[in-house]
Design a protein around this ligand. Structure first.
Ligand code: NAD
Length: 482
């Protein structure tokens, strides 16, 4: 396959774009037409990619930080220069509304810039060795070292910025990488790789393999020459990876069933406008998409009225139309699953207030009420445009129900009462709590990650760098320790 397009549709191994034995077909999620045919890796290609990353590790580890930062900043600049083309690629292969696809590119521009800044902050400390008798006569310090080869596996929903959240900190810390993007959205990952190459990253430091997670993923997660796995995706695959990984360091960014608690003292019109976006942004296919909204009884009817008005304003359809708010779901089978969960809830007593109609993989934003905690739309991650309004007798009951979940990524609370703000922070066992906006907020520098079944570790550049380095302690015996 000749290199005819940019970014190339091939694999990237040891600084060369090469063909693999398989094929990965990426469809336009709105038209259903074939958008791109990419080369797919086999076992050999994955092993070659890991070998190239292992060989290149000393180059990356020894590269001075100012040079790493130059490459990361240059990549940030190239992402910005190619904003329109990358957003178009995301909109077509994810089905994401173009306005949000452009926003994803802007975020990746920031992610690479922040990684360049954080590279210059990687440091250690001296240790007061003579604080104990056994340390007398010693001078000691600790510092951070890169781990080696990082295996990065990414999901379909933010194919640019979630890859950026793995690649940028890994390189900032001096590691090398093998990236495997989600099959359905493979080309966006190639954009980052091609731009890193243009920015001057040496061969072998970044490698890209396309193909089935169940085949390539197992090779990567079990590979003895990979030191660290960084994964974003479903709980099921995350648990499988953990079982494969042995003593590798592992970061898992998994799912959520994101709750919002709305106190009766809130500005209901404002809260309704925010929640309508929070529930339907990227067609609800966001790990921190608003799914359960608990509203204090005194404010329920007002919130419901405004919320239905706001959901009614959302434009559903072609993601390339700049006015579209909600595009299709990734696959028809996912839209069928969400539709079936809505129907099942209705059959068990829930009321469908609006939406839920499906045409192929396009689903009209659905709003339910009278749901029960045991229904799938409440207890599991919907990952689609379906949200439930739940009337609660008190703010405390809202917090209790919001926290009654196996997940723990992000949660949100609307209130104007400062005491309730602090009450919420203590009551909600989530990696992040948002006050007066929805759970989907993720400015890219924040420590971000889940408790309970939502994951292990934290991303956000400084925090990802900590997870992609190991601490080495150095002790000297010297007559001049003090
Ligand atoms: P997924 O788990 O199906 O796939 C994610 C990646 O894992 C893909 O690249 C896939 O090919 C790969 N994979 C599949 N089987 C594998 C295996 N056996 N070994 C290794 N890799 C394997 O997830 P998805 O459908 O792409 O994404 C949706 C999920 O991701 C949702 O649960 C969502 O909540 C979660 N997510 C979490 C975050 C977060 O930051 N916490 C962000 C986005 C998405």
């Amino acid at each position: 396959m000749a290199q005819t397009s940019f970014p190339p549709t091939q694999l990237y191994i040891d600084g060369k774009w090469v063909d693999g034995p398989n094929k990965v077909v990426v469809y336009d999620k709105f038209t259903g037409e074939v958008a791109w045919e990419l080369s797919g890796a086999g076992v050999d290609e994955v092993n070659k990619a890991v070998a190239a990353a292992k060989k290149a590790f000393p180059i990356m580890a020894k590269m001075p930080i100012y040079k790493r930062a130059e490459i990361l900043n240059k990549t940030s600049q190239l992402l910005a220069e190619n904003r329109a083309a990358i957003a178009n690629c995301i909109a077509r292969e994810v089905g994401k509304a173009i306005k949000y696809a452009g926003f994803e590119v802007d975020r990746a521009v920031d992610t690479f810039r922040l990684a360049a800044e954080e590279a210059a902050q990687i440091h250690g400390e001296t240790i007061p060795m003579d604080a104990v008798k056994s340390g007398e006569g010693l001078f000691g310090f600790w510092h951070r070292k890169p781990l080696g080869v990082v295996g990065a596996i990414t999901p379909f929903n933010f194919p640019l910025n979630l890859a950026a959240h793995k690649i940028a900190p890994a390189l900032a810390a001096g590691n090398t990488i093998v990236l495997k993007p989600a099959e359905a959205t493979s080309l966006t990952g190639a954009w980052i790789v091609a731009l890193l190459e243009k920015a001057g990253l040496p061969p072998g430091c970044m490698n890209l393999v396309h193909g089935k997670g169940s085949v390539l993923g197992d090779i990567i997660t079990k590979h003895p020459d990979i030191s660290k796995i960084t994964f974003t995706g479903s709980l099921e695959v995350g648990l499988h990876i953990l079982a494969n990984a042995g003593l590798k360091k592992v970061t898992l960014e998994l799912g959520n069933s994101s709750p919002v608690v709305i106190a009766a003292d809130s500005d209901m019109r404002y809260a309704a406008a925010k929640a309508a976006i929070g529930a339907n942004y990227c067609s609800g296919q966001v790990c921190i998409s608003t799914q359960r909204i608990y509203i204090e009884a005194a404010g329920y009817d007002t919130f419901k009225k405004y919320f239905l008005e706001e959901v009614g304003k959302l434009k559903v359809g072609n993601p390339l139309d700049p006015d579209t708010d909600v595009g299709p779901l990734i696959l028809e089978k996912d839209a069928v699953r969400v539709e079936s969960w809505i129907k099942e809830a209705v059959a068990e007593g829930a009321t469908l207030l609006t939406g839920g109609q499906r045409t192929k993989n396009l689903l009209q934003p659905a709003v339910l009420e009278n749901t029960k905690p045991t229904m799938k739309v409440i207890s599991q991650e919907v990952f689609g445009p379906a949200v439930s309004l739940i009337k609660v007798d008190s703010f405390e009951e809202g917090l209790r129900l919001a926290d009654d979940t196996q997940y723990g990524l992000q949660a949100a609370v609307f209130t104007r009462d400062i005491e309730r703000v602090f009450q919420s922070i203590h009551a909600l066992n989530f990696g992040g709590v948002v006050i007066n906006d929805c759970p989907h907020l993720r400015p890219d520098q924040i420590p971000y990650g889940g408790n309970r079944q939502s994951g292990l570790g934290r991303e956000g550049l400084r925090f990802a760098i900590e997870e992609m380095t190991s601490i080495q302690t150095v002790m000297f015996r010297t007559g001049h320790a003090r």
